[in-house]
Design a protein around this ligand. Structure first.
Ligand code: UDP
Length: 422
């Protein structure tokens, strides 16, 4: 199949760990590559954020990244990109008019807006559009309230994408439940998870040296909703109870290791560690290149992922694939990926006491850690390889192409149904 991926802010070529570069970038890159390995031809359309980028860049055999001129050729926070989506959609339509893809797969609500507009412009030649939200504005608002910097238009445009897309690919069951009150019929929702690179994230291989007897680790963007602060407080409680044998390594942020202290999120978290009296137990690593993460993860006894909410969360899978038990807040995708008592432990979100208890349970029981780690590897391999995710995604695409062939009138644009019903 000829597949067009649309990922307006999240380029598969981006450096990971900064404010707007995380799981979506990994997802688009890995899914596209795995689909290409299955013989498909994939083009990824993403916004040009640097004038030096060539228009087309090969990612791997069968996958090409196209940089779309829409808005300034400079980094722009994703919450300020909406005004450039009409132009993005116009460029997509131009490309697709020359070469209609068999299926379009848009990622994040703004890509959905641009992709659906572009697809509709093709009239009778309209390609089917599958959409993955990666995050939902109503969930974000529920948790972040006034802190949510999404443009107000998201409230109506995002459900509109859900109504107009031919199918919505949710990445976990929790997301599927969230889509129903937005008015997306369950018959048009498929659930296909994100995956993990099981060739890169393996239990065997080099591990970084540690600074103390035990090491716990968090990995990911340092935005407040990722809940790294809860893990700092959990460690402080353990330290107050006399445990000074545990270090916390915090990976991620908007800067590399040399400039890590200039990252405002690092400054905020360091201040919290200082206020809790455990600055000496916490190391901020900044962004770590993806290829170096396995050695970092292997050096940890436990990885803590304690977000307030989490659309999917690839990091817990990476830890599992590396054989490290995961303490996970029981939210979003983490409910599906981490099995309590088998590959890690679930804790309630925003609950440092529960995290501290879980850390202590695991650090005191090396056998349990070993068992959970091995089960994590097995689960990552049986359910979450990118080749399995690509095969499941391909099945969704083929279903779309088949229903289009049976019912050509569906090629007519599906008009927006208006705002959310609930
Ligand atoms: N990541 C990385 N280096 C860093 C921080 C993060 O390679 O310094 C990667 C991490 O390994 C994972 C992705 O960024 O693959 C984060 O994805 P996740 O779904 O966990 O979170 P998101 O950022 O999408 O909210």
């Amino acid at each position: 199949m000829r597949i067009s991926m649309v990922s307006e802010h999240a380029s598969p070529l981006a450096t990971l760990g900064g404010v707007d570069a995380g799981g979506q970038n990994v997802h688009v890159a890995a899914l596209s590559s795995a689909l290409a390995e299955r013989g498909h031809e994939v083009t990824v359309y993403t916004r040009r954020d640097d004038p030096a980028l060539p228009e087309r860049v090969p990612l791997c055999p069968g996958v090409e990244v196209v940089h779309v001129d829409a808005g300034p050729a400079a980094p722009v926070p994703k919450d300020e990109l909406l005004p450039f989506m009409p132009e993005f959609g116009r460029v997509l339509a131009e490309h697709w008019r020359r070469d209609v893809p068999d299926v379009v797969h848009s990622h994040f609500w703004m890509s959905g807006v641009a992709a659906l507009e572009a697809a509709d412009r093709l009239g009778g030649a309209r390609p089917p559009v599958a959409h993955t939200f990666h995050a939902l504005g109503n969930v974000k608002r529920r948790h972040q309230g006034a802190e949510d910097t999404s443009p107000p238009e998201r409230e109506t445009l995002e459900p509109g994408v859900g109504h107009r897309a031919d199918t919505v690919i949710a990445t976990c069951s929790d997301e599927a439940f969230e889509l129903i009150p937005l008015g997306v019929p369950s018959s048009r929702i498929a659930v296909v998870p994100c995956g993990v690179d099981t060739d890169l994230f393996t239990p065997d291989g080099p591990a970084e040296p540690r600074g103390r007897r035990f090491r716990i680790m968090t990995v990911g963007r340092l935005v407040p909703r990722k809940g790294v602060g809860s893990t700092i407080t959990a460690l402080a409680r353990l330290a107050a109870a006399g445990r000074d044998d545990i270090e916390l390594v915090i990976v991620g942020g908007s800067r590399g290791p040399e400039e890590v202290m200039r990252d405002p999120d690092v400054q905020r978290l360091r201040e919290r560690a200082r206020a809790e009296g455990i600055e000496h137990l916490v190391t901020f690593r900044g962004q770590v290149p993806h290829a170096e993460l396995p050695a970092a993860l292997r050096s940890a006894d436990v990885v803590v992922c304690a977000p307030w909410y989490e659309p999917f969360g690839i990091v817990p899978l990476e830890a599992m694939a590396a054989g490290v038990p995961v303490i996970a807040a029981a939210v979003g995708g983490l409910i599906d990926t981490v099995v309590h008592g088998r590959t890690g432990m679930h804790v309630p979100p925003r609950d440092p006491d529960a995290i501290a208890d879980a850390i202590e349970t695991l650090l005191d029981d090396p056998e349990l850690r070993g068992e959970l780690g091995r089960a994590g590897v097995a689960r990552a391999h049986s359910r979450y390889t990118w080749s399995k995710v690509a095969a499941d995604t391909e099945r969704v695409y083929r279903g779309l192409a088949a229903s289009r062939a049976l019912a050509p009138e569906r090629a007519e644009p599906r008009r927006a149904m208006g705002g959310a019903r609930a």
